[in-house]
Design a protein around this ligand. Structure first.
Ligand SMILES: [Zn+2]
Ligand SMILES: [Zn+2]
Length: 160
């Protein structure tokens, strides 16, 4: 496995400021984790060495490496269901810690596209404000008004 490069395309700054992130002398807890990446139609398993400080960035970077055709957000879940969005390494680490099976750790990551059409699939108007994305259809969004109605109540929508 190669060493992760600078994250998320940000400019590389000479790194004398690690201490300011509070991880200077704290020993890293790391785990070998079998990470299952799911999209609506596909699944891939990747073995990753993760630590509690950079797990979120490492997984997000891997998701965007696996399917670089678009940008992704990462959620807890599988191809069948999606729950909460991962937003930091603490949440990812907590999820990993819950899944110990004979010392093997797993993480289920559901990838959901960023962007795509920002047009409502209910009223066909451009969406301003809250947008509700279907967790099962590959590209289905509703505006806040249509989300209240029965248009797509057979699938779970998440606010993005
Ligand atoms: Zn609408
Ligand atoms: Zn749907």
């Amino acid at each position: 496995m190669k060493i992760p490069k600078c994250r998320s395309g940000m400019p590389v700054v000479e790194s004398t400021n690690h201490e300011s992130h509070g991880m200077g002398h704290v020993p890293l807890e790391t785990h070998l984790v079998y990470v299952n990446f799911y999209t609506y139609e596909d699944a891939k398993q990747v073995r990753m060495i993760l630590n509690e400080y950079t797990a979120f960035d490492d997984i997000l970077q891997k998701a965007n490496e696996l399917l670089p055709t678009c940008r992704w957000r990462i959620f807890s879940g599988t191809d069948k269901h999606v729950s909460s969005e991962f937003k930091n390494s603490r949440q990812v680490w907590d999820a990993i810690k819950q899944t110990s099976y004979y010392e093997i750790r797993y993480l289920e990551v559901r990838m959901i596209k960023i962007g795509g059409s920002a047009r409502c699939d209910g009223c066909y108007r451009e969406i301003f404000g809250s947008r509700y994305k279907c967790t099962e259809c590959s590209d289905f969004d509703l505006c806040g008004v249509c989300e209240l109605g029965p248009i797509h109540s057979f699938h779970k929508l998440i606010k993005i």
